[in-house]
Design a protein. Structure first.
Length: 272
């Protein structure tokens, strides 16, 4: 029996129908991305949830969703905006409860601009953490109640440690860390951040989710794995040292290439 990790993927419900055979052939983790839009969360999403339960009957991997993120930050200075963000995240967690998802991806508040300015303004680091706690306070309680974990995904993060410290500050099993390999590679190539495997090492066993996408270090490409310049052997060597068993989620633009991305990782001997 292979000891290599099994990769899953991020898909909409339509794409689950197309890739159902691949998804069900092994216990592949799934991240549903059909509940991101505000219009969906503000509407009647119950039929979508019912469709998800029907399509995933017999699925043996772990299930999560990508939470809402468009148009906001979880560290807003404006209390009215924070209230909207809190409501949106609670809506996402309601979806998780309805479909049995145990993980929800949430975007990091840190930017490449903030990297050089958090120490330029008094108490700026502490203020970001405080605002995130104000935003996520109710969502963390709700996530704990339903057995779900919110994973904080790097977006522009140049410092691979600061988001880990933010997750740890909650002292809750409902908050952990995600890494997007393409985002980290962009930060490495464009802002001088460390390479992707350093993000994995910084996260350590707080890491519970990884978006696997390939890129060239210039933009957020979401290319099929093997089409960019990420050093996958280094990334998977770092992952192999962890005990947290993070979900390894292929997240690429061309969903038709999901099986090919998994096959590429198998061809270089790092995953299946």
């Amino acid at each position: 029996m292979s000891s290599l990790p099994i990769v899953g993927a991020a898909m909409t419900l339509d794409e689950v129908e197309r890739h159902r055979d691949w998804l069900f052939e092994k216990p592949r983790d799934l991240e549903l991305q059909s509940f991101v839009e505000a219009e969906v969360l503000n509407g009647d999403w119950a039929p979508l949830a019912a469709r998800a339960r029907r399509l995933l009957d017999g699925h043996t991997g772990r299930l999560g969703i990508h939470g809402p993120f468009w148009g906001f930050t979880i560290a807003s200075q404006d209390p009215d905006i924070r209230a909207v963000v809190t409501r949106r995240l609670l809506q996402g967690l309601d979806v998780c409860a309805a479909i049995g998802a145990t993980q929800m991806v949430v975007h990091s508040p840190y930017t490449s601009w903030s990297y050089n300015n958090l120490d330029n303004n008094d108490d700026a680091r502490e203020d970001v953490v405080e605002r995130v706690h104000l935003t996520l306070r109710d969502a963390v309680r709700r996530a704990e109640d339903i057995g779900c974990t919110m994973v904080l995904e790097n977006i522009e993060d140049k410092d691979p440690h600061i988001r880990v410290a933010l997750a740890e500050s909650f002292q809750s099993p409902a908050v952990a860390v995600s890494i997007d390999t393409g985002h980290a590679h962009y930060a490495h190539g464009y802002t001088g951040a460390p390479p992707v495997d350093y993000y994995v090492k910084a996260a350590g066993n707080r890491l519970q989710h990884v978006h696997l996408q390939d890129a060239d270090g210039y933009a957020d490409r979401h290319w099929s794995l093997g089409e960019g310049s990420i050093h996958w052997h280094a990334v998977f060597a770092a992952l192999a040292k962890l005990d947290s068993n993070p979900r390894l989620i292929i997240e690429i633009k061309d969903k038709s290439k999901i099986p090919a991305s998994a096959a590429y990782l198998a061809s270089i001997g790092v995953a299946e």
